[in-house]
Design a protein around this ligand. Structure first.
Ligand code: FAD
Length: 316
């Protein structure tokens, strides 16, 4: 079933959880452990992030330094399939442009189809950790380009322009949006221009970057609606669980921390206290979002399973 169908007519706000593939070398049990803690909240689907490889510099026994390319969290496709089979919950693997050639993307689409996975979240990926040699080549530049590739694939056209018999079930997909503007966009208007392009090209819903001030989400949704964006805009909620999130999250994700929350975090003496503040804030945020009538809440459960669990317990 498509995500847009899964989040409708549930009689209550649907939840979804986003998890990361375990670090290379770790067991899939790590992913299961997270889902086991959240399953009682009846997630309608589970997102699994994708990570590009990074160049790291390694010292060899002879003292020379060499550059190696490593993917720290491989396995998105396999994890998605395992989750879908084990829990009978729709898996939504993320696909990114950066660090993947169009052929690699196509192979992943073929694998996903074989595995019965037809829901995707299409993204660009963060470019800043990639070096120029990794950015060159046959790669999609923007999420809108990846979207075109998936659309062509749905129509039976391969990355090299060949054709094949269409698969029975086409891929449906959501894409990302940023209530506080994407860091590279010159202004919100420009970002919304590309959101309209994403919608026109077939995106069925948007998931927002994390935000801590609901008023920013509400005004963003209003602005999108005024501009003709009609598809669901699913809020992304991440609980703060460390004192350093006060500076780290605005820097990394460009998400403002409202002064009321910042003031509470400044009073904390430990991460355990910060975690409690984050949970209280998350509960308040979710209650207000549910009251506003959001169809679904996307929880960034990565590294914050316990906090997400405490929030979900209060608002489910
Ligand atoms: P795009 O839509 O390509 O937008 C990037 C910038 O370019 C924006 O400023 C936009 O306005 C502009 N733009 C868009 N289209 C065009 C165009 N055609 N021409 C010119 N400019 C354009 N990252 C990962 O690496 N792995 C993940 O699994 C992952 N999951 C995420 C999940 C969610 C819900 C969100 C919100 C983000 C996630 N990210 C992930 C991070 C994401 O990859 C970064 O935020 C990235 O910088 C932008 O991705 P995007 O898909 O919004 O890019």
């Amino acid at each position: 079933m498509k995500v847009t169908d899964l989040i409708q007519n549930n009689g209550k706000t649907a939840f979804s959880f986003e998890i990361l593939p375990p670090l290379k070398g770790n067991s899939i049990q790590k992913a299961y452990n997270i889902i086991d803690k959240l399953i009682e909240f009846d997630p309608k689907y589970i997102n699994i992030t994708t990570h590009h490889s990074e160049n790291i510099y390694k010292e060899l026994p002879d003292g020379t330094v060499t550059k190696v390319n490593v993917r720290k969290r491989p396995g998105t496709v396999a994890i998605a399939a395992s989750i879908q089979n084990k829990y009978n919950i729709t898996a939504v693997p993320h696909m990114i442009c950066k660090g993947f050639s169009k052929e690699e993307t196509e192979y992943a689409l073929i694998d996903l189809n074989f595995l019965g996975i037809h829901n995707l979240l299409l993204l660009r990926g963060d470019a800043h950790k990639l070096e120029s040699d990794q950015l060159a080549g046959n790669m999609n530049q923007y999420a809108t380009d990846l979207q075109v590739q998936v659309n062509h694939f749905n129509e039976g056209i391969t990355a090299d322009g060949g054709s094949f018999e269409r698969f029975e079930t086409p891929f449906s997909y959501g894409m990302a949006c940023y209530p506080e503007k994407h860091e590279e966009a010159p202004n919100l208007e420009s970002d919304i221009y590309y959101l309209k392009m994403k919608q026109a090209q077939g995106a069925e819903y948007f998931v927002t970057q994390m935000f801590f001030d609901n008023s920013k989400y509400f005004s963003f949704v209003e602005r999108c609606r005024a501009e003709g964006i009609t598809i669901p805009i699913i809020p992304g909620v991440k609980p703060i669980y460390k004192i350093n999130h006060l500076t780290l999250l605005p820097k990394t994700f460009r998400s403002d921390i409202p002064e009321e929350l910042a003031a509470e975090l400044r009073k904390c003496h430990s991460d355990a206290e910060a975690k409690d503040v984050g949970v209280e804030w998350g509960i308040k945020q979710c209650k207000e979002l549910i009251q506003y009538g959001v169809p679904s809440i996307h929880f960034y459960a990565l590294m914050a399973t316990e906090s997400v669990r405490r929030i979900a317990k209060e608002v489910y």
